[in-house]
Design a protein around this ligand. Structure first.
Ligand code: PEP
Ligand code: MN
Length: 286
């Protein structure tokens, strides 16, 4: 890891805290819990997600509007309409919102709506895209490539850092292996290693790793137990009807329950999950 000049941890206290909004950050004492659907589908769906998660420990919303789908015939995302829906729930409930950017041409538009940009696994080594988000004034969630080594992952972060953006959150989301029972293998060894090697916040996405909803909660808890700085989990008002990644989606109640269950583990590893004040809908007084 010699070449990782900027991502490398200098000493044990070297830790970057990335701010997602005025109230939400990751890398410090508080754990970050991100929930939301794989894809933004419509405003009724996102209103249901946000209103339920507003009264849970979840602090940030996710939702894809430009979707990297294996088949070109599958739902590709709502695009700008989806960004407008995300921004509406953000404004109403006060959640920072995270969405994926797949191309340099989308950056400017996404930045007008989202708080955090996600670089998906399939683009982890899209070096031109990494350089471009390095010039953006928003935090980046960088997901580990499907078959990327830890060193390649850190060097991808180095691209963003070296182009001027210090706010990178690493996301372990599972890597390919031989076993098709799980979609991918959640590499908790990488979480531990990345926490030792880099000063960047490290979160885990057990949804894309497991691929099956019944595996997600325990993997999320395991990630927090091994000192991940947070989790990102897919959930949906009617999980079986999700337009993408239905098999791994949690119900909103299961998401809230998972978030609550992390408190005991957080305490055990010296972390906290903030109790939310003021996260209920911002009702306008007329
Ligand atoms: C996602 O988060 O919706 C996604 C597509 O994840 P990944 O890039 O990890 O497959
Ligand atoms: Mn997904």
């Amino acid at each position: 890891m010699q070449k990782a000049k900027l991502a490398r941890k200098i000493d044990a206290d070297h830790q970057t805290i990335v701010r997602l909004s005025d109230r939400v950050s990751v890398g410090g004492q508080d754990l970050l819990i991100v929930g939301g659907p794989c894809s933004v589908e419509n405003s009724v769906q996102m209103e249901a997600v946000a209103s339920r998660l507003a009264v849970s420990p979840v602090q940030a919303l996710r939702g894809g509007v430009f979707k990297p789908r294996t088949s070109p015939y599958d739902f590709q995302g709502l695009g700008v309409e989806g960004l407008e829906i995300l921004a509406a729930v953000r404004d109403r409930y006060g959640f920072p919102v995270i969405t994926e950017v797949m191309a340099i041409s989308q950056i400017e538009t996404i930045c007008q709506y989202a708080d955090v940009l996600q670089i998906g696994s399939r683009n982890m080594q899209n070096f031109d895209l990494l350089k471009a988000v390095g010039q953006v004034d928003k935090p980046i969630v960088l997901k580990r490539g499907l078959a990327a080594t830890i060193e390649e992952f850190v060097m991808a972060a180095e691209y963003i850092l070296s182009h001027g953006n210090p706010n990178v959150i690493l996301c372990e989301r599972g890597i390919r292996s031989f076993d098709s029972y799980t979609r991918n293998v959640l590499d908790l060894g990488a979480v531990v290693a990345l926490k030792q090697i880099t000063h960047l916040p490290v979160i885990a996405d057990p949804s894309h790793a497991a691929g099956k909803r019944e595996l997600v909660a325990d993997l999320a808890r395991a990630a927090i137990a091994c000192r991940a700085d947070g989790i990102m989990v897919e959930c949906h008002p009617v999980p079986e009807e999700s337009v993408s990644d239905a098999r791994q989606a949690l119900s909103l109640d299961a998401m809230a329950e998972l978030a609550e269950s992390l408190r005991a583990i957080a305490t055990a590893v010296g972390r906290t999950i903030p109790f939310k004040a003021g996260s209920l809908p911002r009702l306008s007084l007329v």
